[in-house]
Design a binder for this molecule. Structure first.
Ligand code: GTP
Ligand code: MG
Length: 411
């Protein structure tokens, strides 16, 4: 009897041991070792064929031909699916807001694109993909006639020449890419952003007559009001009654009060009064208009220096938060000269470049920034409120330097 029990025990133990050892090789690799999915998932594309091949090269261990496993035994572990658990390669992300911004810019910059950009495109196309030093001379000519300016053009050409010598400009696409990179380098000036953190903050808007100061002020007032700021306008252009009226029309349109003086009043005193009103009545921001007679007349610069000093007094010995010089892009290289004049008189902190919608001279932006290392804050692409855009270097360069065929693809 006891021998019978002993045999039964031995058989039972043997069966149990067989079951344990039979199951072990069938465990999926993930269960057999500590999980390390993150590391393995990363190079998904490369790892997948390798892994998929594994089962074929080394067949999965099979169960020994033993008595049928008891009903409780798990089914053979699947091997093949392991290869497809890998994370898919990340999709390139498309920012719809950026796509929309670039499309709008492209439309606004149509005249400039129709000017020097299409000339560049023709130039490349006309050479049937031939990239040689002669091409650089032709690029130089196009850039100079596009109001980019002699110095900036020379800088761009030097960089292209170096890249060509290093063999980096092998085809048309690489030249477009090089131009885009150079343009971003030029335009991405490192300067503090407009924060308008002071209360009240003051933006003093200056520029010669007709460049778009008052219009830009109206658009800025709309923008900052929409952001929830309480905005006050100061009619610092006291030379023309019509100038005050024009600002008042904008004030009514965008819902901002206007502080004005009598015709011919001292502009500094009008802006002083506006700052005091803003301080007393809790305004967040004062945007001050100024007169814009020709920059060649010295008195305007003297007047603006006086305004600057008065503003500092009103603000308690700090500078205006932003002295925004408005430049009209249709004046081309003349805008670069205006910048020189204003910077001699004032500590200009940023530029608004207007009327880019109606000119083929938009390339002047490169000359302005390259020569003065001052940031473009805003660009004007039309007369409507929404046509004043915050300047974003990457989108601007993408829109300006897009090849006509890429534009067609994007449309
Ligand atoms: N197409 C276009 N027109 C603009 C833009 N910005 C301003 N203008 C127009 O340019 C003209 C002059 O604009 P103003 O705002 O009066 O210029 P200003 O610098 O205040 O002129 P003064 O007060 O005479 O010194 C107006 O007809 C504006 O509508 C722009 O970005 N695009
Ligand atoms: Mg004006």
């Amino acid at each position: 009897m006891s021998i019978g029990i002993a045999i039964a025990v031995v058989v039972a133990v043997a069966l149990a041991l067989w079951l344990v050892f039979r199951r072990k090789p069938q465990l999926p690799p993930e269960a057999a070792q500590p999980p390390k999915p993150a590391l393995k998932a990363e190079p998904a594309a490369r790892a997948e064929p390798e892994r998929a091949a594994t089962p074929a090269a080394t067949p999965a261990p099979t169960a020994p031909t033993a008595p049928a496993a008891p009903a409780a035994a798990p089914p053979p572990a699947p091997v093949a699916p392991v290869a497809v658990v890998e994370a898919p390669a990340p999709e390139p992300t498309v920012d719809p807001e950026r796509v929309r911004r670039v499309a709008a810019l492209r439309k606004g910059l149509a005249s400039t694109r129709g000017g020097f950009i299409s000339r560049l495109a023709k130039l490349f196309g006309g050479r049937g993909g031939e990239i040689d030093p002669g091409l650089l001379e032709e690029i130089e000519e196009v850039l100079i006639t596009a109001d980019i300016g002699v110095k900036t053009t020379a800088r761009i050409l030097d960089a292209l020449r170096e890249q060509m010598q290093r063999g980096e400009l092998s085809d048309e696409a690489s030249i477009w890419a090089a131009l885009r990179t150079l343009a971003v380098d030029i335009l991405a000036v490192s300067a503090p952003a407009i924060t308008l953190a002071n209360k009240p903050a003051l933006v003093l808007v200056v520029g010669v007559n007709g460049v778009g100061k008052t219009t830009t002020i109206g658009k800025l007032a709309a923008r900052y009001s929409a952001e929830g700021k309480k905005v006050l306008l100061a009619a610092g252009d006291t030379y023309r009654a019509a100038a005050v009226l024009q600002l008042e029309v904008w004030g009514q349109r965008v819902g901002c009060p206007v502080v004005k003086g009598k015709e011919g009043a001292d502009p500094g005193s009008v802006i002083f009064d506006a700052v005091k009103k803003a301080q007393n009545e809790g305004f967040d921001l004062v945007i001050a208009d100024t007169a814009g007679r020709l920059h060649t007349k010295a008195p305007l610069m003297d007047e603006l220096k006086k305004v600057d000093r008065t503003v500092q007094k009103a603000l308690g010995d700090r500078r205006a938060d932003e002295i925004l010089l408005v430049l009209d892009s249709t004046t081309g290289q003349n805008a670069v000269q205006q910048m020189h004049m204003f910077r001699q008189a004032l500590d200009v902190t940023g530029v608004a470049l207007t009327k880019l919608d109606g000119t083929a001279k938009g390339g002047v932006i490169l000359g302005i920034v390259d020569e003065h290392k001052l940031p473009v804050r805003f660009i004007g692409l039309g007369e409507k409120v929404e046509d004043l855009r915050e300047f974003d270097v990457e989108s601007f360069v993408q829109a300006l330097f897009e090849r006509p065929e890429d534009e067609a693809n994007a449309a």
